[in-house]
Design a protein around this ligand. Structure first.
Ligand SMILES: [Zn+2]
Ligand SMILES: [Zn+2]
Length: 125
């Protein structure tokens, strides 16, 4: 996974029943400047829109890993994810932390995205 730059686009409607999503405030994340431009045009053209807001955000993109760096299969599925998966708070946005259950695995805990030089230090749990 990696951190990618996106735009958070928040549309506020006059009321929930005037919104196609049935909610007064709708938020979505857009990947391209072109998409932001289209959403802005649509918001401006829609009389039911009270206002809109665009903010830069960072999203984690990509699939969660299926194997640890040493090649062991991570068990998949929501029933087993708890206890095997953690989160590191970091100035870069944060890292998932995956745990390999294989005995003697040299890469028991793996941060994803990998830690960069200016990230928090991490040396096992
Ligand atoms: Zn492993
Ligand atoms: Zn980091």
């Amino acid at each position: 996974m990696e951190w990618v730059r996106r735009w958070s686009f928040t549309v506020t409607f006059i009321s929930a029943d005037r919104s196609p999503w049935g909610v007064k405030v709708y938020n979505t994340h857009l990947a391209t400047v072109e998409a932001v431009r289209r959403w802005r045009e649509r918001a401006l053209a829609n009389p039911d829109v009270e206002n809109y807001r665009v903010e830069p955000v960072r999203d984690l993109d990509g699939d969660r890993p299926t194997h640890c760096p040493s090649g062991h299969d991570y068990h998949q599925g929501f029933s087993t994810i708890f206890g095997r998966h953690d989160w590191i708070v970091c100035p870069c946005g944060g890292h998932h932390l995956f745990k390999c259950d294989e005995d003697g695995c040299p890469t028991r805990w793996t941060p994803d995205p990998p830690l960069a030089v200016d990230c928090v230090s991490f040396d096992g749990v």
